[in-house]
Design a protein around this ligand. Sequence first.
Ligand SMILES: *[C@@H]1O[C@H](CO)[C@@H](O)[C@H](O)[C@H]1NC(C)=O
Length: 366
Amino acid sequence: MARIKYGIFILLQVVARVAAWPVSGDSSTTSPPSSPSSGSDPTPGYLQVILESRFKLGPTKALIDTWQNHWITSADFDNMKSLGFNLVRVPFSYRNFKWSNGSYINEIDAFSRLDWAVAQAKSRGMYLVLDFHVWEGQIGQGTSAVHPQCSARAEVFVIFSQPGAAGQAQRDLASAIWSLVAEHYKGEPTIAAYDVMNEPTGSPGDILQIDMYKAIRPYDPDRIIIMESVSANPVSYGWTNVMYSFHEYDMEGSNFNNNKKTYQSEVGGYIDQSNSFSIPSYVGEFMTTGRTLTWMLQQMDTSKIWWSGWTYTTVSQGNWGLYNFGSSMDVDVSTDSYATIMSKWSNMGAKSVTSIASLYKAGAMA
Ligand SMILES: *[C@@H]1O[C@H](CO)[C@@H](O)[C@H](O)[C@H]1NC(C)=O
């Protein structure tokens, strides 16, 4: 569980390494995200909802564009490259493609930031994983705002994975976005893979994953498709070029021996499962520090699996990021003026580096 998506709108993420390149053919890619959340309220999109209620849709988009313009820059891509990373996992939200009123944003605007990230990666010989991170009905998760199709918060969280009309409606909305993305990036080799849905709850019969696969494949027959929360043999669904993914957040403690045992049973179990299906494995998110991090990177390298750590930049979240912005960019979205928010997000201040940056560099360069 990606625990809290520390940071705010867009997180964008990761740092990582492609250990192997198991698939030939073309691929496609995407880019940035936009989905507000904060440490105290991890609801993706919630800050955006508050801003929209105060400033309306267009002006709010201008604020978020400003935030994104400064959150990850071309200098960051230079830095990722110098750290030895060859893969960046880029979370996106349905809000990259749609206004909150449900209308689609025009294609050029909708893809501009993802296209930018693709170009940044491409010019440096890096790859992207496009990760669908925030689905439409998820916007109310964890807040008092509940999606109209759901009667309770818990239901909001699981509905995407469940049989029934409300869940199918959400899967259809997400499928439409995947089809757009797959069509847009067909033939784009910078995109290593599509991560169909971040941290879904278990889906009976894997109906969620089956739908996303069907949405992508007609447009992009070769791209690697990343599935999470699946234990079935991909052959049983007729899937080709899939990779199974797992997120590891049970190794945050300082007890090295316990962490090793956890890795062997949890990550090791996933690798064994993928190996039994003859497909690659991807630890798409994880967080650990110190000696455990160094050891974990070595293990993943030895097993030749893909990985991407959580995460490149945070706001004052310690070792959850390689880099942290400080309080100078903090805003109160409920009370600060539009001009104040715009100003602070245009001037985020300097980032500090944390202890995990050099450990990641040593691991990625190994
Ligand atoms: C939704 O909002 C956008 C941006 O303000 C606007 O262009 C569009 O016309 C709206 N759609 C509807 C159905 O109101």
